[in-house]
Design a protein around this ligand. Structure first.
Ligand code: G4P
Length: 531
């Protein structure tokens, strides 16, 4: 395998959670361990969620549109860790889903008080689609949370994944005394507001020792012994292959804000989390050790300075070595491009790099060549699959308020939708432009950006659709008849593919039942082959 040692020492992952579960706090603690930041409070990426839209724009602007925090690269004990940031706000969920296509594993944070929440469920669905290995961190043990066994049952049932406890808590809230590390056989004692350190770990290879009673009290010691017997009896040793196959999730308990239980999580992560993995393409599976470079764009960041339309495309390197100033093949455009200033994201700065390896993310300066999902190769003509567009959930018609700026509006809409901010549809047989998003906030972002970056003003009229389904059929005649008959609900996506816009689940089911020869797809992936 080429560049074997570079590949094996890399771990590319994302932390995901329902907002407020503690993703930012955990990110920060991991960065502190990796020496990438020196003080707490340095990672502000998720704070947007607490502000109104106008503040959102302002904050995005001030922090240089989060380029620096989009990817955080740090080293821990010789392992090079690429942590890909995902937006905290639920309206940007699609951005998160796409980022998940660029990672090899995830850490899922769950609030011990709230348990499984809406976003937790959706994010796990995306992980399950790709069998992404998941480690679960149950956070906020310093607060009175749910009963630990009930919580386990809830997570396993709701997220459809088996859990394998790696640490086990002793109480929660005011009575929280620490965690027992089932792997290292260490008892880690908790004192609020003080950092747990290695010295606080007490090695207890045999839980029967009276030292346990002395440290946590007889009652809790008895409960812990019982719990551990039960947990070990049920789960035994962790089967790492089951974790790597996305079937079993190692489970940790802790309190991110107190930096408690985080080190155990990180140690296990670097031990078992997968190094860069092979990925499917339109032609064959591409593996990190393959000689030639390949990679795909999973995120595009605009420059919010209205005077500069340049953008940064984030490419995940999948095979070979990326080199500065070398010509690469842009598969969709069938064009050779080179990059004189590619960025890497060490610590929190952008640094110009001269090479990158599989698992790394490079920031490519872009003047409009890239769309989400684009592939770069060393001449090969394949493209990476599995980077679908999901159905939007809110649909609005675009009404141009300034006919003098029609061109600007169209250009802006095309560029913003290339960035993946929203999806653009054109009503069948007409010119009505429809924007589909996951959340309301995105419409405000689009309106703001079109005005400030393109000088175009528009109004949105809400449309009564709830889902877009890409439609195909092996019988062209039937497809033609269906689109003609249902023309008010048919649109073309940006690539010209047919989409059925359903008013409700009932309508969708009715159409599916009435038209068995038409296939309804919930992602655009089906059309990749045709690109
Ligand atoms: P997010 O990125 O998942 O949205 O969550 P974030 O880390 O911003 O944490 C959400 C809130 O939960 C924050 O409080 C944070 O301090 C708190 N928190 C994180 N970990 C723990 C923990 O282990 N125990 C307790 N008790 N709280 C925790 P906030 O008041 O919303 O924000 P801030 O003012 O503290 O920044």
């Amino acid at each position: 395998m080429k560049y074997q040692s570079e590949i094996e020492r890399r771990r590319t992952f994302a932390i995901i959670s329902h907002p407020d579960a503690g993703k930012t706090t955990l990110t920060e603690k991991l960065l502190l361990f990796g020496g990438a930041i020196q003080t707490a409070g340095a990672v502000k990426s998720n704070k947007i969620k607490k502000y109104a839209t106008s503040d959102f724009m302002e904050i995005e602007r001030q922090r240089g549109i989060s380029v620096a925090t989009s990817v955080m690269t740090f080293e821990y004990k010789g392992t090079l860790i690429n942590l890909l940031d995902t937006p905290g706000h639920k309206d940007f969920a699609e951005d998160t889903y796409r980022t998940l296509t660029a990672v090899d594993s995830v850490i899922l944070v769950i609030d011990s008080v709230n348990g499984v929440e809406e976003q937790t469920r959706r994010l796990m669905e995306v992980c399950r689609m790709r069998d992404t290995p998941v480690i679960v961190f149950i956070n906020k043990l310093d607060r009175d949370g749910k009963n630990r066994f009930d919580l386990l049952e809830e997570i396993e049932k709701e997220l459809k994944i088996s859990l394998h406890p790696m640490t086990w808590p002793i109480n929660s809230g005011k009575e929280f005394k620490g965690v027992y590390d089932l792997f290292d056989k260490d008892l880690l004692l908790f004192t609020p507001n003080t950092k747990a350190s290695e010295e606080d770990a007490l090695r207890i290879s045999d839980l029967r020792t009276p030292l346990l009673d002395e440290k946590i009290g007889e009652k809790d010691a008895a409960i812990l012994r019982e719990d551990i017997e039960l947990v070990e009896g049920v789960h035994g040793e962790l089967n790492v292959n089951d974790y790597l196959a996305g079937k079993v999730a190692p489970l940790f308990f802790g309190s991110a804000i107190n930096n408690f239980g985080v080190k155990e999580l990180l140690e296990t992560f670097i031990r078992i989390a997968p190094s860069p993995q092979c990925r499917p393409t339109s032609e064959r599976e591409v593996c990190p050790g393959d000689e030639k470079l390949s990679g795909f764009v999973f995120k595009i960041h605009a420059n919010l300075d209205p005077k500069h339309r340049d953008r940064i495309a984030f490419m995940r390197v999948c095979s070979g070595k990326f080199e500065r100033n070398k010509y690469y093949h842009h598969v969709r455009l069938d064009k050779e491009i080179r990059f004189s200033n590619p960025y890497s994201f060490l610590a929190r700065q952008k640094d110009i790099i001269s090479e990158a390896y599989p698992g790394d993310v490079v920031g490519l300066f872009d003047t409009g060549n890239f769309k989400i999902g684009d592939t770069l190769t060393e001449g090969d003509r394949f493209y990476f699959t599995g980077i679908p567009s999901f159905s939007p959930e809110i649909f609005k018609e675009v009404v141009n308020k300034d006919p003098m700026k029609t061109k600007q509006l169209e250009k802006g809409l095309l560029q913003l939708t290339d960035e993946g901010v929203a999806q653009l549809f054109t009503q069948f047989g007409g010119n009505k432009k429809i924007i589909g998003c996951v959340g309301e906030l995105q419409f405000e972002v689009i309106q703001y950006r079109l005005l400030h970056e393109y000088g175009a003003s528009l109004q949105f009229n809400t449309l009564p659709f709830y889902k877009a389904c890409w439609i195909t059929s092996s019988d062209p005649q039937k497809l033609h008849e269906f689109t003609r008959f249902k023309s008010a609900n048919i649109a073309n996506d940006k690539d010209g593919h047919l989409v059925y816009l359903a008013q409700s689940e009932w309508f969708l089911n009715t159409e599916r039942n009435n038209n068995p020869e038409i296939e309804f797809h919930f992602t655009s992936e089906i059309h990749k082959e045709a690109v």
